[in-house]
Ligand binder design. Structure first.
Ligand SMILES: Cc1ncc(COP(=O)(O)O)c(C=O)c1O
Length: 450
């Protein structure tokens, strides 16, 4: 008989103990994490997450902005199970498979015109890293003066992932500043200010490979919305200077802003379109970098010419993930997801009206189902956004803030009733957390006086 220590169903305490002893959570200060009681999600139903004690929570941030049609969707579950009966994984290096090929064709069909090639990877960070590398290598291979195009233009407060290339074009100091000695320089411009971009391109275009933007909404910046017409002007300026435009739609893609892709709203076709998160409806890790025939053809040649794109991950184009992504697209069609989303976007706008009027709220902003409720400037040691999330959890919703910006990003499939309940919970949680935060110093003073 072997040691059965690992075989039995562990208790809640054991899970918490293993977590505190052995896990290291992403974007998390472990010291604070280990002081709190962790919620362990056991299963899910539709747009509810259910913990090990059977408590239900509305998935208010779509499991980090990626869930689309709800959890355990029969169509997607069935597609993944069906694929499991065939093969879970085979490589894209030297082989292909039906799912990867069909998904590429369908993505090209959906994407803005001109994007005809699909390069798979497994995270949003990789999708943007790949676009940067492709743009850089393309110009190198063009030769002559184009080899000087080794730099990028990116937006202040931009976020494109956590690998070093993506961090180099990132603009959120809290996340990125620590790595500055490791990064390549990029020209950082003010989001929404096309004139500034024009200046940078007028002076530096000959050394710029691409401009990278999150179209319409800068998510990680706290749901910062760009003015109408901005993206269109960025495209025009890139065209004028023959600089590539990379649209990072890892967060905005797959219906988040109300259309399949955000760049459609400004009738913009980028040279690179980066997709992740919602690509598999939030089921499995799959990302894609779409580009043009022009870029693809710039890499053609005999092997000795060194024009091959030497980049690829073990799980690139994983068949289970492709099956989930195909079922995701089927669900968009068969459930009219985008059509049914429109009244819910309007409802969300109406529900947020009174929230914006709350004295505790500085601003409500966003587009479609990408909302940031900004609580204004507060002492960071209070962690007000986090306190709101804890209050929301008590009331039956999982949300995760960006600093003191409360993020609402429900799955597109959420019912009107749950959307109402989510906003009610969030409003009540903001009130409770702000009341507690303003109470605290008084309590502390009183305690001192006592
Ligand atoms: C716009 C954008 N790009 C890239 C990423 C990175 O994606 P991933 O976390 O899958 O690496 C994110 C993640 O939030 C994102 O919002």
């Amino acid at each position: 008989m072997g040691d059965r220590k690992w075989a039995s169903a562990p208790s809640r305490e054991t899970v918490a103990d293993w977590d505190r002893s052995h896990l290291w959570h992403p974007f998390t200060q472990q010291r604070d994490w280990c002081r709190e009681e962790p919620v362990a999600i056991e299963r899910a139903e539709g747009t509810d997450l259910i913990d090990a004690e059977g408590r239900r929570y509305i998935d208010g941030v779509s499991s980090l902005w990626c869930n689309v049609h709800g959890h355990r969707h029969p169509l997607i579950d069935g597609a993944v199970r069906g694929q499991l009966d065939r093969v879970a994984h085979s490589t894209m290096l030297g082989l292909t498979h039906r799912g990867a090929a069909e998904l590429a064709a369908r993505l090209v069909d959906l994407a803005p015109p001109g994007l005809s090639r699909v390069f798979y990877s497994d995270s949003g960070s990789s999708a943007t890293e790949i676009a940067l590398k492709m743009a850089f290598q393309y110009w190198r291979q063009r030769g002559g003066q184009h080899t000087r195009r080794t730099s990028f233009v990116s937006l202040r407060d931009g976020y494109h992932g956590d690998t070093l290339g993506a961090v180099s074009v990132g603009g959120i100091d809290l996340f990125h500043a620590a790595y500055s000695p490791l990064l390549f320089q990029s020209h950082r411009v003010e989001p929404g200010d096309a004139d500034q971009l024009e200046c940078v391109l007028d002076f530096h275009a000959e050394e710029i490979a691409a401009v990278i933007v999150e179209p319409l909404v800068q998510g990680a910046a706290g749901m910062r919305v760009q003015p109408p017409g901005y993206l269109r002007r960025v495209r025009e300026l890139c065209d004028r200077h023959d600089v590539f435009l990379i649209c990072d739609e890892v967060a905005t893609g797959f219906g988040r802003t109300g259309t399949m892709f955000a760049c459609e709203q400004e009738r913009v076709a980028p040279d690179f379109l980066c997709l992740g998160k919602g690509l598999t409806a939030g089921y499995l890790p799959l990302a894609a970098t779409l580009t043009t025939e022009r870029v693809h053809d710039g890499f053609l040649g005999s092997p000795e010419e060194g024009r091959t794109f030497f980049h690829g991950h073990t799980f690139t184009g994983n068949p289970l993930a492709c099956a989930a992504a195909l079922a995701n697209l089927d669900a968009f069609e068969s459930e009219d997801t985008l059509l049914r989303l429109q009244p819910k976007i309007r409802l969300l706008g109406e529900l947020l009206g009174p929230v914006a009027e709350m004295p505790e709220v500085a601003e409500v902003r966003g587009r479609g189902f990408m909302i940031g409720i900004d609580l204004g400037e507060h002492d960071p040691t209070i962690r007000l956004g986090h306190q709101v999330a804890l209050e929301a959890r008590e009331r039956g919703a999982i949300i995760r803030p960006l600093g003191d910006v409360v993020v609402l990003m429900p799955p597109l499939a959420i019912s009107a009733a749950d959307l109402r309940r989510l906003v009610e919970i969030v409003a009540a949680s903001i009130l409770a957390a702000c009341a507690a935060a303003t109470d605290e110093p008084i309590t502390a003073e009183l305690a001192q006086a006592a």
